[in-house]
Write a protein that binds this ligand. Structure first.
Ligand code: ADP
Length: 223
């Protein structure tokens, strides 16, 4: 099973991916995290990504594909995985079809109002050590500025500044939104209301995923 999450920056893809992963045992694969990790570790692909990250545009398709290919080859992806932030344009959607062929796919489009998204992004803080996500309004850490998970320092992501948020939204509208009709045409797109609480969003997704997994099992295909 391959679960693809589509939605604007701040729509809640990463948080939802975490819940789905915990409930179904699939790893959550965020290309944003892969790129930031590679940039920090200064790997060859990371060095290429570093120059393009944090500006609100997209990193080169080949760089992202290289990182994704490495990640999907790891054994924890065998039973299934959740993609958060990939694909982000039509070329990537086509690249994905050539990767890891034959899996059942399901796409959730998280629809969140722009005002909600901007509010969430500007109040988001992440742990500089373990990348856990907090929010200074809705998910405060117990000690200000300190990660509840590992005690690391909480920071604002470079691209969560207002100027970059506007650029990310523009990139999303221009490059990623065409994927909606691409996946709709394939009959695998499910729309989810992303404005409510995370638990509500997860409850809307669950029955669709359960049904999909039952079909996969009934047909004896690899999940
Ligand atoms: P968000 O979805 O909230 O913008 P991410 O952490 O998913 O945050 O992505 C951060 C940045 O990483 C993006 O603005 C972009 O520059 C880069 N990025 C992430 N995924 C991709 C991708 N699939 N293709 C190209 N660039 C990507």
């Amino acid at each position: 099973m391959r679960v693809i999450l589509l939605g604007a920056p701040g729509s809640g893809k990463g948080s939802l991916a975490g819940l789905i992963g915990a409930a179904y045992g699939f790893p959550k694969i965020s290309t944003g995290d892969l790129l930031r990790d590679a940039a920090r570790e200064k790997t060859p692909l990371g060095l290429q990504a570093a120059a393009q990250l944090g500006k609100g545009g997209l990193v080169d398709d080949a760089v992202v594909l290289g990182l994704l290919r490495e990640r999907l080859a790891r054994p924890d992806c065998r039973a299934g995985y959740i993609l958060d932030g990939y694909p982000r344009n039509l070329a990537q959607a086509k690249d994905l079809e050539t990767l890891d062929d034959g899996r059942r796919e399901i796409v959730f489009l998280i629809e969140t109002r722009e005002a909600v998204v901007i509010e969430r992004l500007s109040s988001r803080r992440i742990c500089s050590a373990c990348q856990a996500v907090f929010n200074v309004v809705t998910k405060k850490p117990s000690r200000e500025g300190i990660c509840d998970v590992c005690g690391g320092r909480l920071v604002q992501r470079n691209d969560d500044r207002d100027e970059v948020i506007a650029e990310r939204m523009k990139t999303h509208r221009q490059k990623t939104e065409p994927l909606i009709s691409f996946y709709q045409g394939r009959g695998i797109l499910h729309r989810v209301d992303g404005n409510g609480r995370l638990e509500e969003i997860f409850s809307a997704v669950r029955p669709v995923l359960d049904a999909e997994i039952r079909v996969a099992e009934a047909f004896g295909k690899r999940p």
